[in-house]
Design a protein around this ligand. Structure first.
Ligand SMILES: NC(=O)c1ccc[n+]([C@@H]2O[C@H](COP(=O)([O-])OP(=O)(O)OC[C@H]3O[C@@H](n4cnc5c(N)ncnc54)[C@H](O)[C@@H]3O)[C@@H](O)[C@H]2O)c1
Length: 251
């Protein structure tokens, strides 16, 4: 990788929003370090090909973000290969629907482990490097569910509310070293997760009509806000959570 080119590390990059963010960041001029679960090598390699088609380099790594040891190893490997991490995008996440009444312990734990602890561990892994360079951008993919709470997604909503709070606190803890930490809160985005969540065509119509723009989101819709938070244009913006939802929620 060329020293002058900034490097963005994206978790959960093998599909959906993560893939779109990786390709969008490549288009914006970043080299990419892409990671996902070890079960996703082909899909991750396809994201790497799409990044390379934008003229940027891409390296791929296995990680389970819910393992602190894994996240530490990942960041060591990326730094050994690329020499720098300018931007961390915490995108990896899971959603399995259940009412709170019927929720089992394992599902609760899995959501907090991946969605919230995963973000914490990744931030802890990159911060020594970013603090050392007195620069860095962290962008966390939270969710509208984390603001509003959605029936059938209570455990997920709690995990994403945790991401928003973590974003606000971390921004205040690391800002003196020139590091910004922001979150985006997507509404309904048509990915594997988004489609599973919606279920029926009827539900798609209902939610389309509920948005000000009368449509649901594509992964591409999340790219602009994330590129903004990664860029020098957002230098004075930190600890914020931006809804990217087509006008579905206004707080
Ligand atoms: N799709 C939506 O409507 C929507 C809305 C709001 C927020 N989000 C959030 O956006 C992010 C991306 O969602 P998506 O819709 O692209 O989902 P997706 O299920 O299509 O992709 C999630 C990615 O994360 C990876 N992943 C899961 N667990 C992991 C782990 N432990 N370690 C590393 N990687 C892991 C998966 O392999 C997958 O590549 C998630 O954080 C999700 O919660 C999505």
């Amino acid at each position: 990788m060329n020293d002058a080119v900034q490097v963005a590390l994206v978790t959960g990059a093998s599909r959906g929003i993560g893939r779109a963010l990786a390709v969008g960041l490549a288009r914006a001029g970043y080299d990419l370090a892409l990671c996902d679960l070890a079960s996703q090598p082909e899909a991750l390699a396809e994201t790497a090909r799409q990044v390379q088609a934008e003229g940027r380099s891409a390296r791929t790594y296995d990680v389970d973000v819910s393992s602190k040891a894994d996240t530490q190893r990942l960041v060591e490997r990326v730094l050994a290969d690329a020499g720098r991490i300018d931007v961390l995008v915490n995108n990896a996440g899971i959603l399995k629907l259940s009412s709170l009444e019927d929720l089992d312990e394992a599902t609760w734990d899995a959501h907090q482990d991946v969605n919230t602890r995963g973000v914490l561990f990744m931030c802890q892994a990159v911060l020594p490097h970013m603090r050392g360079r007195k620069a860095g951008r962290i962008v966390n993919i939270a969710s509208l569910a984390g603001r509003q709470g959605v029936p059938g997604q209570g455990h997920y909503a709690v995990s994403k509310a945790g991401v928003i709070t973590l974003t606000r606190v971390l921004a205040q803890e690391v800002g003196s070293d020139g590091i910004t930490v922001n979150a985006v809160c997507p509404g309904i985005i048509l990915t594997e997760m988004g489609r599973n969540n919606l279920g029926s065509e009827e539900a798609v119509k209902h939610w389309e009509n509920a948005t000000a723009l009368h449509r649901l989101g594509d992964p591409e819709d999340v790219v602009g806000p994330v590129v903004f938070f990664a860029s020098p244009q957002s230098a004075f913006v930190t600890g914020q959570a931006l809804n990217v939802c087509g006008g579905l929620y206004f707080h």
